[in-house]
Design a binder for this molecule. Structure first.
Ligand code: LMR
Length: 326
């Protein structure tokens, strides 16, 4: 009896039982483990668990195993998962539509220009805006430039006419596809492959690492290396969960994320180059490079989207993005 009391008292001590009950972070994402985001999520897990001496366990759920695009945002707000890294093109439905500024066609001339925006005041301000939604934005992870795919060559703007193109939920991407003469179809990433297979859509934009790991190249005969857009992610957490962590644990996780972020940004371009090489080697898909004249025609068709999106994104957001991107 006495022993049982002592045991109960010991268990009630602060910190008791810690080893048995680690803090669990469920990190959900929609792509394959063998992609820049998939690898960076696993890197974060390894660093976070090592640096907290096992006080934190990170469970990474790739491939939309737990939730699809829209559902995972809701799950984060509800606290069913604690961490996500959605594409910046997916924050509109959450009500922080200014993230779609990153989708403006031909906004970034290179990776440095993109990084100048995320690392500057606009990048910080956009993450701050998530707080009103119960979300804390912690970092940006790069995934490089978008290319186009279809079962016909896409070189002239007129080649897009009438094509049903899958897009992420961004209204900027919607306007982009319409400006090319295509018919945009918003769809969760997890549904893309089947939609191409069944003919629900004719083509898509995307990055090589996603095309390769989803085997999109087995379904699309042509890809255009247009680099017209850019794909990147915001690493976000449930704010209440994050703020409620013991300060030393949060500091260790901050450090782990900083390192995972450097890793994500370091591998994005080489991983996508390797994926492109593998797609070429498969011989399933023909790659098209645009001539300077063709590229100019794409620009002419797409640059008006910037003006068209002024009321949605706000002139101040667009100007801040231009200024940082140079
Ligand atoms: C997409 O939906 O095409 C991408 O956002 C998927 C991803 O997370 O890379």
């Amino acid at each position: 009896m006495l022993r049982r009391h002592l045991l109960a008292a010991a268990l009630a001590l602060p910190g008791a039982g810690r080893a048995q009950a680690p803090i669990v972070i469920k990190f959900s994402h929609v792509v394959a483990p063998d992609t820049p985001k998939g690898k960076a999520a696993l890197r974060f897990k390894a660093l976070a668990e090592a640096r907290t001496g096992g006080r934190v366990r990170v469970e990474v759920y790739p491939d939309s195993q737990l939730y699809k695009d829209k559902e995972e945002m809701e799950a984060l707000q509800l606290g069913s998962v604690q961490m996500l890294a959605p594409s910046l093109a997916k924050f509109g439905p959450l009500g922080v539509k200014e993230f779609e500024v990153f989708d403006l066609p031909f906004l970034f001339k290179d990776t440095e220009a993109f990084r100048a925006v995320t690392d500057g005041p606009l990048g910080a301000e956009l993450l701050r805006r998530l707080e009103a939604k119960g979300i804390k934005g912690l970092a940006y992870w790069d995934n490089g430039f978008q290319i186009m795919s279809a079962n016909r060559p896409l070189r002239q703007v007129s080649d897009f006419k009438g094509l049903k193109m899958r897009i992420q939920s961004s209204k900027v991407l919607d306007a982009q596809m319409r400006a090319l003469g295509a018919i945009p179809q918003v769809m969760a990433f997890s549904e893309l492959r089947q939609a191409l297979q069944t003919g629900l859509v004719d083509g898509t934009e995307g990055v090589p690492s996603n095309f390769l790991t989803q085997k999109i190249h087995e379904l699309q005969k042509h890809m255009t290396l247009s680099n017209h857009g850019h794909l990147a992610y915001a690493v976000i957490v449930n704010k209440k969960f994050w703020d409620g962590l013991p300060a030393d644990v949060r500091a260790a996780l901050d450090g782990a994320l900083k390192e995972a972020t450097a890793y994500a940004n370091a591998i994005a371009s080489s991983e996508n180059e390797a994926a492109l090489k593998a797609i070429r080697a498969s011989g399933r898909t023909r790659m098209h490079m645009l001539t300077p004249a063709e590229l100019e025609a794409w620009r002419e068709a797409l640059m008006p989207v910037h003006q068209e999106m002024r009321s949605r994104l706000g002139q101040a957001t667009i100007t801040a993005a231009y200024r940082a991107a140079g």
